[in-house]
Design a protein around this ligand. Structure first.
Ligand code: CP
Length: 305
């Protein structure tokens, strides 16, 4: 139906098709649905990038954006997520984007008949962040095969780590992990390796830092911000040991001088703001996929790489 809930919904060919479409959108290529389309963005967790770049993508595609604010909706009167989305389907919405604090919130929406695009579910998945990261990496290196990707930080609570590691390994990259042992996730790192941070940074083509997800922590790590930075962050000294052509990524928001030295956020090898720009193009491509019929999608089959 055009749902995008986890990266597991997409074959490698579909991922490449979305990246090709996003690349075309970055070059101002246009696309419009066959008929008027109405979209709502349901964000039950805070967001700057994902929410505003979805809205930008929707407006660039000429879609009708129906305002929805969780804190003024009937959710406050106890309406369930299912009844909220069913209501929006009933009044004629074409698709919805949802971010929710509950892992796999979408399992309770299996009877909804309009496409659902996951804007992040708890510690679960963040497929559009993954796709914009893939686009950024592909623009840089032209392929994923045999690239060394180091994912560093709060792996246990990170939906970005889960979506990215799964997709990158499937596309042929070598993924290693680093960070505080308290934040390992055996499931996520099962098919990758664990390296001490200095080794991970020296061998990586992509150093992908993760935000510390304080809001999801049951107990505090016994480290100050400065201790975390020194032990697990990308310090000025560590950046000097990176390979000449390797790049820095972070999904943001960034905790400056914790996960990464503030001076490195906009340094020459940082792609952090490029990732945000790419978010608009990738979300245009994901919305296009959601609003096309299966036959329209089949007819546009393209392979990059
Ligand atoms: N990267 C990301 O998801 O940012 P927001 O939480 O601001 O949407």
């Amino acid at each position: 139906m055009g749902n995008l809930l986890t990266m597991g919904d997409l074959s490698a060919e579909e991922i490449k098709k979305i990246l090709a479409d996003a690349n075309n959108f970055s070059k101002d290529e246009g696309w419009a649905p066959n008929q008027s389309a109405f979209i709502a963005n349901l964000f039950f967790e805070p967001s700057t990038r994902t929410k505003s770049s979805f809205e930008m993508a929707e407006r660039k595609l000429g879609l009708q954006v129906i305002p929805f604010e969780a804190n003024t909706s009937s959710v406050l009167k106890g309406e369930t997520l299912y009844d909220t989305v069913k209501t929006l389907q009933s009044i004629g919405l074409s698709a919805v984007v949802i971010r929710h604090e509950k892992d796999r919130y979408f399992d309770e929406l299996s009877n909804i008949n309009i496409p659902i695009i996951n804007g992040g579910d708890g510690c679960g998945h963040h497929p559009t962040q993954c796709l914009l990261d893939l686009l950024t990496i592909h623009q840089e290196f032209g392929s994923f095969t045999d690239l060394n990707i180091a994912i560093i930080g709060d792996i246990l609570h990170s939906r970005v780590a889960r979506s990215n590691s799964e997709a990158l390994m499937r596309l042929g990259a070598n993924v290693c992990f680093s960070g505080p042992p308290e934040w390992f996730d055996r499931q996520i790192i099962a098919n990758g390796s664990y390296l001490p941070i200095d080794e991970a940074i020296q061998t990586a083509d992509v150093v992908m830092l993760l935000r510390i997800q304080h809001e999801r922590h049951q107990e505090h790590l016994q480290l100050t911000k400065q201790q975390y930075h020194e032990q697990y962050g990308l310090t000025i000294a560590r950046e000097k040991s990176m390979k000449p052509d390797s790049i820095i990524m972070h999904p943001a928001p960034v905790n400056r001088n914790v996960e990464i030295a503030s001076a490195l956020v906009e340094c020459g090898r940082s792609r952090i703001f490029k990732q945000m720009e790419n978010g608009v193009y990738v979300r245009m491509a994901v919305l296009k996929r959601a609003l096309q019929t299966p036959m329209e999608r089949e007819m546009e089959y393209v392979i990059i790489d």
